[in-house]
Write a protein that binds this ligand. Sequence first.
Ligand SMILES: [Zn+2]
Ligand SMILES: [Zn+2]
Length: 125
Amino acid sequence: MRYSKQREVIKRILCETKSHPTAEWIYRQAREVMPSISMGTVYRNLKLLGDTGEAQIIDTDGGVARYDGDVSLHTHFVCLSCGRVIDAEAPLVDCSAMESKGFRVISQKNILFGVCEKCGKSGKD
Ligand SMILES: [Zn+2]
Ligand SMILES: [Zn+2]
């Protein structure tokens, strides 16, 4: 496969943030480095990074997809109020009982939806 400078730039942007950005945000950052890059190129490369396991695509149930350069299995929390996606301190689903019965788990989505601590605070006073 041809070395892709664009893919390297996108991957670096992803790895340098903990904010689980949208493709739009990544596009704006990438344009600073490569003014000629198009939104389509960004989407294509994000999909490719997802396919090769170099990035995680977080499907936020009808919301905009978010991307994570941290590919370790971890739980995400999506705030339904401000849209923030953060790494949640929550245990992963334990599949060992299923697997001991012969089931094979290929993927799991560890995602929580709710209201973050900041939005929860501003609600009441
Ligand atoms: Zn929030
Ligand atoms: Zn994450």
